[in-house]
Design a protein around this ligand. Structure first.
Ligand SMILES: [Zn+2]
Ligand SMILES: [Zn+2]
Length: 294
């Protein structure tokens, strides 16, 4: 029996109570780590190493290196990224940074936009930096016949001011044992990963429950760049009834004044109308950066 089958058996033998308990513990731990992160961040510090986020010393590797502290150069990443720094931990760190700047809209992890050959593909934005992480089946298996990449790994791109600082093909970053365990978990149908501390677009757009919750509290964004989602709305009046242009203009005006969405106001004013909405990511959400085939 191989290692992955062990994991599968382990998962399948868990009782619902054990799963719930595990989830609760994980949730508490995540919350604690995020609070630590928040606390350090408010002082301009890194919660992992305790140093200022702009501190750099070649011997003291840390996730905050990905914030490009002054003095850092790409060559310093060579040794650092030959270690298994932890894909999921790194992704969380990026998510937290993105979330603390602007909730939701800085994280494009939409499954519907994931390239078919990729198992996971995420683009995360923070200030003038944008990280993209991905791996596909051949990365997970290790590129056969490759000298420097024949082990399970992921790829990372980092743009600063829109220009590449790290390119996808610069490094093959090895997965840690914990990563491989998590990846196996992800394959199981009954396992769902939730990024409860720093949800991304997938948690909004691809999770109906969450979508409803957000919709309730939705207000109109002052400008398009601050919006997380677009609501494209189609309104159909019942046969024989019409909606006057004046009334519509009134509603738009009211929406401007009250910050309530037009869609909500339509429902209030025309309860008999059939309102169909289509939700799409807003323009400010970072576009997923994809790795091109060589
Ligand atoms: Zn640090
Ligand atoms: Zn690869």
């Amino acid at each position: 029996m191989n290692k992955f089958e062990d994991i599968k058996n382990f998962i399948n033998n868990l009782t619902p109570e054990e799963i719930q308990e595990g989830n609760r513990e994980q949730e508490t731990e995540n919350k604690r780590l995020y609070l630590e992160f928040q606390e350090a961040y408010s002082k301009g510090c890194c919660s992992l190493c305790g140093m200022k986020l702009d501190y750099f010393s070649p011997d003291e590797t840390c996730f905050h290196w990905f914030l490009k502290p002054s003095g850092i150069k790409k060559k310093y990443f060579k040794e650092y990224l030959s270690e298994d720094i932890g894909f999921f931990k790194l992704e969380s760190y990026f998510r937290w940074l993105a979330h603390i700047e602007k909730p939701f809209r800085n994280i494009n992890d939409l499954k519907s936009e994931t390239t078919e050959s990729k198992l996971l593909e995420t683009t995360i934005k923070y200030k003038n930096i944008e990280w993209s992480l991905n791996y596909g089946k051949s990365d997970l298996e290790g590129h056969k016949n490759s000298k420097n990449a024949n082990f399970p790994h992921f790829h990372l791109q980092m743009l600063v001011d829109g220009l590449p600082f790290i390119r996808f093909n610069d490094f093959h970053i090895p997965f840690s044992k914990e990563d491989l365990f998590n990846i196996e978990l992800l394959k199981e149908e009954n396992v769902l990963f939730q990024n409860s501390q720093a949800p991304g677009m997938t948690d909004i757009l691809e999770n109906p429950e969450m979508l409803e919750k957000i919709d309730e509290h939705l207000t109109v964004a002052e400008n398009e760049e601050d919006a997380s989602v677009h609501f494209g709305t189609m309104i159909k009046m019942p046969e024989g009834k019409t909606m006057s242009g004046d009334k519509i203009a009134e509603i738009i005006e009211e929406s401007r004044r009250t910050k309530k969405t037009v869609r909500h106001l339509m429902k209030e004013h025309f309860p008999e109308a059939n309102i169909v909405s289509e939700v799409t990511p807003a323009d400010g959400v970072p576009e997923k950066k994809k790795r091109k085939k060589r």
